[in-house]
Design a protein around this ligand. Structure first.
Ligand code: MG
Ligand code: MG
Length: 249
């Protein structure tokens, strides 16, 4: 069941989203060669707690850290580590969630570490633009499949692999609510969007094939062909004539 949020709830979701956006602003300053993904985790956790929120991911299904840090061929759910030092040419997707007064914000962004290859820049750009291609069709009355198709069709033009086993989702009192939002789909199918639905839309795109596998830590998910992967995500609210991004300043 897709829960329609009241304006009171949307205000709380917006504050949760703002805290997540503050973390990403801070990450822009800290992502560089020599920093460990653990340090990034610590900075975000501190910032979230300072804003009277809690990290949504810590303990979620047993996840051991505040944020996910997914470097290069890691698609999602990378566990921050003191041993993982970012180096020039890496790309890292940071997925950050904050829970404020019982409501979640969820946003992922991919970052370049120093100078990166043109092909990696393209992968990140296409993934970012696919998110906004999906958002561009969001408004009351459209089918969820229209959004999924807009994302998938955008990515397919470039021949990149669209990750199929992870999806976007509804957001609210739960980090993951209905509906699942695939990053490919058929227009005119799926539920019809209504004002007040809060959705996390999050294309995950591989430079090579779409296939992934989960490492023995049971979290870290990597591309099967070891190609790089990018991830962008915003939490938004559906409006009558469009959408509003909640994970923003
Ligand atoms: Mg996320
Ligand atoms: Mg999400």
């Amino acid at each position: 069941m897709i829960i329609i949020k009241s304006e009171r709830e949307i205000a709380l979701l917006k504050e949760a989203g703002r805290i997540v956006a503050l973390c990403h602003e801070e990450m822009k300053k800290h992502v560089k060669p020599g920093v460990s993904t653990w340090e990034l985790n610590e900075i975000c956790e501190k910032l979230i707690l300072e804003h009277n929120a809690t990290p949504s991911f810590k303990g979620y299904g047993g996840f051991p850290a505040a944020i996910c840090a997914s470097v290069n061929e890691v698609v999602v759910h990378g566990i921050p580590s003191k041993k993982q030092i970012l180096k020039e040419g890496d790309i890292v997707a940071l997925d950050i969630g904050a829970c404020y007064k019982g409501y979640h914000g969820d946003s992922a962004w991919s970052y370049a570490v120093g100078n990166i290859k043109n092909q990696d820049q393209l992968l990140m750009q296409v993934t970012h633009d696919a998110l906004f291609a999906g958002l561009s069709v969001v408004k009351e009355g459209v089918h969820l499949g229209d959004v999924s198709a807009a994302i998938g069709n955008y990515i397919s033009q470039y021949g990149f692999g669209i990750v199929e086993c992870f999806t976007g989702h509804g957001v609210g009192r739960e980090l993951h609510e209905d509906p699942a939002i695939f990053n490919f789909g058929i227009p005119g199918t799926g539920p019809i969007l209504k004002e007040g639905m809060v959705l996390a839309i999050e294309p995950m795109v591989n430079a090579g094939t779409k296939n992934v596998r989960v490492l023995s830590d049971r979290w870290t998910t990597v591309t099967k062909d070891k190609s790089k992967s990018a991830h962008f995500e915003h939490t938004i609210v559906v409006r009558k004539n469009g959408y509003e991004i909640l994970t923003t300043l």
